[in-house]
Design a protein around this ligand. Structure first.
Ligand SMILES: [Zn+2]
Length: 265
């Protein structure tokens, strides 16, 4: 058995049998790991309170060669999951953030940048940054770190800068192209071209700003209009689905639940 202690962000906590829990966590040094916390469901467990999704902790664990599940022997709480646990929307967003890390960060590989992204996003949310802005920033950066974020400055097909009509993400495409290269009729602008997702100039400018500014700076500059955020979200979702071959389960659950709430209200 080899023993490790590292800072970690808790991604997922599930009950296992009567008294134990399975915990997924993200570390800088070892990517994401899964471990068993024995006795964590008991009332007076030494884990009580520490193992909450999106808490920052120092985790102590032991692992045996060839075993996928490690054994968690202790956890010290460094930062509780402020700002996300108190309401349904926050819980749903928290599970989407965690799900991105489970899909995109590697297991057992150094994941410094993914760790920093999630850590700083949680920090900003705790400080009261707008959730919608934080979520758009986070999902765009996950795609950047994965190397699949579409470049928002110029058309890779013709090499020209994007015109005032903006850019287009073709159906099943993974790069933004100019409307001409997408085959749009002359003068078409605004919504759907019928040939993909239209990405107007304010959305392109927002994507450029995400790459240049931290989340707190972006928020301090006023964030973005709701329409810009919605189009950026749709763009990220299409690129993510194209890459994964499916949508994140947690994202579908969030969309469906919030949609039903909006319909009921
Ligand atoms: Zn072009």
């Amino acid at each position: 058995m080899r023993f490790h202690t590292h800072e970690a962000l808790i991604l997922e906590v599930r009950d296992l049998q009567d008294t134990d829990r399975i915990v997924a966590f993200l570390t800088r040094e070892r990517g994401h790991k899964r471990g068993v916390a024995r006795g964590a469901r008991r009332r007076h467990s030494r884990f009580a309170g520490q193992l909450q999704p999106l808490a920052k902790v120092r985790v102590h664990w032991g692992e045996k060669e060839g075993r996928e599940l490690v054994r968690i022997s202790g956890a010290d709480l460094l930062r509780p999951p402020h700002g996300l646990g108190g309401d349904l929307e926050g819980l749903l967003l928290g599970s989407v953030l965690a799900d991105h890390m489970l899909r995109f960060a590697q297991e057992d590989e150094p994941s410094e940048l993914y760790f920093r992204l999630l850590d700083s996003t949680l920090e900003a949310l705790a400080a009261g940054v707008d959730r919608d802005l934080a979520a758009r920033f986070f999902e765009a950066w996950v795609l950047r770190l994965a190397g699949i974020f579409p470049a928002p400055r110029e058309c890779p097909t013709c090499g020209g800068p994007f015109p005032p009509e903006g850019a287009v993400l073709p159906p099943a495409g993974d790069a933004l192209v100019c409307p001409r290269c997408a085959g749009a009729p002359a003068g078409a602008a605004g919504g759907e071209f019928g040939l993909g997702l239209a990405v107007p100039v304010p959305v392109l400018a927002f994507l450029v700003a995400i790459g240049r500014l931290g989340l707190a700076e972006l928020a301090a500059q006023g964030g973005a209009e709701p329409a810009v955020l919605r189009r950026a979200e749709e763009l990220a979702a299409r690129v993510r689905r194209g890459f994964l071959g499916h949508e994140l389960k947690s994202y579908e659950v969030m969309q469906r639940t919030l949609g039903e709430l909006a319909g009921a209200g």
